[in-house]
Design a binder for this molecule. Structure first.
Ligand code: SF4
Length: 225
C-alpha cells in the first residue's frame, strides 16, 4: 500500500466516523428524551420502515438477536404505548407489529438527521449513488464478518450474489436467483429472497478480485463523467 493510498484510507475512516458520530448523537438525544434504550429505538425505526407485514420473527432475524431479547424490548415499547402487536386477520398464528401514533412522533425527532442526509443525496447523480451504495454494502459486509454488526439481508452477504461477473462498472454483479445482472443502483439492503452465504463467499472464491469495490474512476469514465 502506498503512502497516498494510506492517507486516502485515513480520510475515508475519518469521514465515516464523523457520520457515525452524527447518527449516535441524534439517537442519543431521542433515547434520552423518551427514556428508550438504543435497541427499542432501533426496533421502532425498523418496524416503521418495514410496513404492515413485519413480524417478531423478521425483526429478530433483521437484528440478529435472540427472540427473548426482542420480546422484552417489544413489551417495553407496548407499555410505553409506542408500538402494538396484533394478530394477522388472515392467519391467527402470525403476529404483526405496528408503530402507534406516539411512536411515530418519537421517530420524527430522528427526521432532521435523515432529512439532511437525503438532501445531500439529492445532489448526487444515480451513478454516484450506485457507487456509494456498492461501497457501503461491502463495508457493512466486512463489519458483519468481523462480528461487529448483525446480519442484514444485503446482496453482499447473499448466496445468490456473484460479484464482478461483468466488466461493466455500472452493472458488474449478478443475482443467481433472479438470473440477471445487478446494476449498482439495484443492490438490495433488505431483500426478502436473501439467503445467507454460509461458506466461502463468491468474493473469496474469485482470486482475480483485487478490490471489493469497483474502481470509481473507471465507473465515472464509463458513466461519461
Ligand atoms: S436474492 Fe436478493 S439479496 Fe440475493 S443477490 Fe439476489 S437481489 Fe441480492
Amino acid at each position: 500500500m502506498t503512502e497516498k493510498t494510506r492517507d486516502l484510507d485515513t480520510r475515508i475512516v475519518a469521514a465515516i466516523e464523523r457520520l457515525s458520530t452524527a447518527t449516535r448523537s441524534a439517537m442519543r438525544q431521542v433515547t434520552k428524551n423518551y427514556q428508550l434504550t438504543p435497541l427499542q429505538l432501533q426496533i421502532l425505526a425498523y418496524v416503521a420502515a418495514s410496513g404492515p407485514e413485519v413480524t417478531m420473527g423478521k425483526l429478530a432475524a433483521h437484528l440478529g438477536l435472540r427472540p427473548p431479547t426482542i420480546t422484552d424490548a417489544v413489551v417495553a415499547l407496548e407499555q410505553k404505548r409506542l408500538l402494538e402487536r396484533a394478530r394477522s386477520p388472515h392467519d391467527a398464528r402470525t403476529v404483526h407489529l405496528r408503530v402507534l401514533t406516539a411512536g411515530k412522533k418519537v421517530l420524527t425527532r430522528l427526521t432532521t438527521w435523515s432529512k439532511v442526509l437525503r438532501e445531500q443525496l439529492e445532489l448526487l447523480s444515480d451513478q454516484e449513488k450506485g457507487l456509494l451504495l456498492n461501497a457501503l454494502l461491502f463495508l457493512i459486509r466486512g463489519f458483519q464478518q468481523a462480528g461487529l454488526i448483525s446480519l442484514t439481508r444485503m446482496c453482499t452477504t447473499c448466496v445468490f450474489f456473484e460479484p464482478d461477473r461483468y466488466s461493466d462498472p455500472q452493472s458488474p454483479h449478478y443475482c443467481r436467483l433472479l438470473e440477471q445482472p445487478l446494476r449498482l443502483v439495484q443492490l438490495q439492503v433488505d431483500c426478502p429472497d436473501h439467503q445467507r452465504n454460509q461458506g466461502t463467499s463468491a468474493i473469496e472464491k474469485n482470486p482475480k478480485r483485487k478490490s471489493a469495490v469497483p474502481n470509481s474512476r473507471e465507473a465515472a469514465n464509463h458513466a461519461g463523467h
